[in-house]
Design a protein around this ligand. Structure first.
Ligand SMILES: [Zn+2]
Length: 563
């Protein structure tokens, strides 16, 4: 295609959206070789692949780059350009669930949930969008304002702003959980035992584009900077920035997902009807592939029992491996599953992206039971606590490895408050190793787990610092870190320190370049004088530093290992 034609096309599309700086295009083209998708998906945002037909979005820059490939394409009406979208700012009307709320009504509803159910619901604002809107989560649990040893679960919808079905369905789910707590046994069980996070609107600037708070007509896939948020996360194969610099929305999500440890999650989209499971970025199957297939199969089969036969029947009757459909990089699903060690699926919930309001109740009926069943998964598998055998304090970030099974970051970690871990897994007999720097690893064999029930396995790890001794008697006046003795040493030396009160302490050893070589202690010790016998048999000769941190007290000293 020549340049002149390109500029004519850009001009034509630009003129229809004259008041907006950034354009968003929707188009389709045919490919002969599916391999080309891997290259194209780095340039444009591929939305769907059906046989050899590809549907995609692009901003101006992306379209220009795509046109270098000289692939014939056909512009399509944008899915968000729907006139006569049913909108309401009346909460009672919205709660008939067959219309879309205005943006202000949405925010009001979220706050009303908390006002009506203060013990079951709180709102977390994960951060601001490009236009300063809020990314809101409703957190639902019994004793919602108290941290309890429960798995964290998360649903979010409409990261692609023009895929709006899940938006209303998630609002309705929040309402359903709150209004049926203590009357519906299944809901009561979920709310009692899970910390449920629901984010109905992941990309408000896209849905209410550009700043049209009163209508979602004109909704867009991208955020206000013209970026696809579901291509903007760190990727297991393509590194931290496959989709360019992180957008404000991406940063908000990453902060939230680092501060919380979601065991299981799903991200709702539209434009297809299928449950898409990891991985999106590479063809290698997940260690938990058979479990994924089972869980997704259950989602789709339950949908089929509640929907017309034509709903969610594509691919393998409603489920697909992500890569097998088409490769994307920078998606949230792989980010959550790989980097956050959670488990996330992408659920495409309606072929029509901006679904007419009147069809929303039917889609609720198709999916409602599956919404609950999917949440319930995080109560199954193997779970328990990992604690220090001496202090009995929870061990944070202990790694739980399923031996001869885990790969690609499928190991899970224990949490900081309770030392709890959750390892959803298919039925089988497993060997698990619990490990943490500063502790002796422990392997437990013959652990039988079932995909539909819970196996509890609590573990105590013995600190490497079992050779720690407490001098007892007088309580020291101040924190102190003493010079080690002997020094120089080979291969062992004693590091002594004093704690005037019970303290959360970290004692670490660094080499001369500042690299951490050993974490000797990371836990709570009572007030007293301690001697830690440090065995450096596996280190080479040289200068090392040992450093203590106890509350605001820190001290570092030098020692010399001579072999
Ligand atoms: Zn999408």
């Amino acid at each position: 295609m020549n340049r002149l034609l390109l500029f004519i096309i850009l001009f034509l599309f630009a003129s229809t959206t004259y008041s907006q700086q950034l354009h968003e295009y929707y188009f389709k083209f045919k490919i002969e070789d599916r391999g080309v998708i891997n290259n194209l998906s780095k340039i444009i945002s591929i939305d769907n692949v059906q046989g050899n037909e590809v549907y995609a979005y692009a901003n101006d820059e992306e379209l220009v780059e795509f046109m270098q490939y000289e692939i014939k394409f056909e512009m399509l009406p944008k899915p968000g350009d729907v006139s006569n979208v049913s909108m309401s700012d009346n909460i009672d009307e919205i709660m008939e669930w067959d219309t879309y709320p205005t943006y202000d009504a949405y925010v009001t509803m979220m706050n009303q949930f908390v006002a009506a159910y203060p013990n079951l619901c709180r709102i977390v604002n994960a951060g601001s969008t490009v236009y300063g809107r809020s990314i809101l989560f409703a957190v639902i649990s019994d004793n919602v304002n108290t941290k309890e040893p429960e798995p964290q679960f998360q649903y979010s919808s409409s990261m692609h702003g023009d895929e709006t079905t899940g938006y209303v369905l998630m609002l309705r789910l929040i309402n359903q959980l709150l209004t049926n707590y203590n009357t519906d046994p299944k809901i009561t069980n979920l709310v009692n035992n899970i910390e449920i996070w629901i984010n109905p609107l992941a990309n408000p600037d896209g849905t209410y584009y550009p700043q049209s708070n009163n209508t979602i007509s004109g909704a867009r896939r991208y955020n206000a900077n013209g970026k696809d948020l579901n291509r903007n996360f760190p990727d297991p194969a393509d590194g931290p920035n496959p989709g360019g610099a992180w957008q404000p929305e991406t940063i908000a999500y990453m902060n939230l997902f680092t501060a919380n440890r979601f065991v299981l999650s799903a991200n709702f989209h539209g434009g297809a009807e299928v449950v898409n499971y990891p991985w999106d970025t590479w063809s290698r199957l997940s260690a938990d592939n058979s479990w994924w297939v089972y869980v997704c199969r259950q989602y789709a089969d339950t949908v089929h029992a509640n929907a017309p036969s034509t709903y969610m029947d594509e691919f393998d009757n409603g489920i697909t491996n992500g890569y097998a459909w088409y490769r994307i990089t920078g998606g949230r699903q792989d980010y959550m599953t790989y980097f956050r060690r959670g488990r996330e699926v992408t659920i495409e919930i309606s072929n029509t992206k901006l679904l007419p309001g009147a069809q929303l109740p039917a889609h609720w009926n198709y999916n409602y039971k599956s919404f609950l069943n999917y949440m319930q998964r995080c109560l199954y598998g193997i779970n328990g606590t990992v604690k220090d055998s001496i202090t009995l304090q929870p061990i944070n970030r202990a790694k739980i490895t399923v031996n001869s099974f885990d790969m690609d970051s499928s190991e899970v970690l224990s949490d900081s408050l309770f030392g709890k871990y959750y390892r959803m897994i298919n039925t089988g007999t497993y060997s698990l190793t619990f490990s943490k720097t500063g502790y002796n690893s422990k392997t437990v064999t013959n652990v039988y787990a079932k995909k539909d029930s819970l196996t509890t396995l609590n573990v105590l790890l013995r600190p490497v610092s079992v050779n720690i001794s407490n001098n007892g008697n007088a309580i020291p006046q101040d924190y102190k870190l003493y010079q080690n003795y002997p020094n120089p040493f080979n291969p062992a030396t004693t590091i002594s320190f004093a704690l005037p009160k019970e303290s959360d302490i970290v004692l670490k050893v660094y080499d001369i370049s500042g690299r951490e070589v050993a974490e000797l202690i990371n836990g709570v010790l009572k007030a007293g004088e301690y001697n830690y016998k440090f065995d450096a048999s596996d280190l080479s000769s040289g200068v090392y530093f040992y450093s203590i941190k106890a509350g605001s007290y820190t001290e570092t000293k030098k020692m010399l290992l001579v072999k």
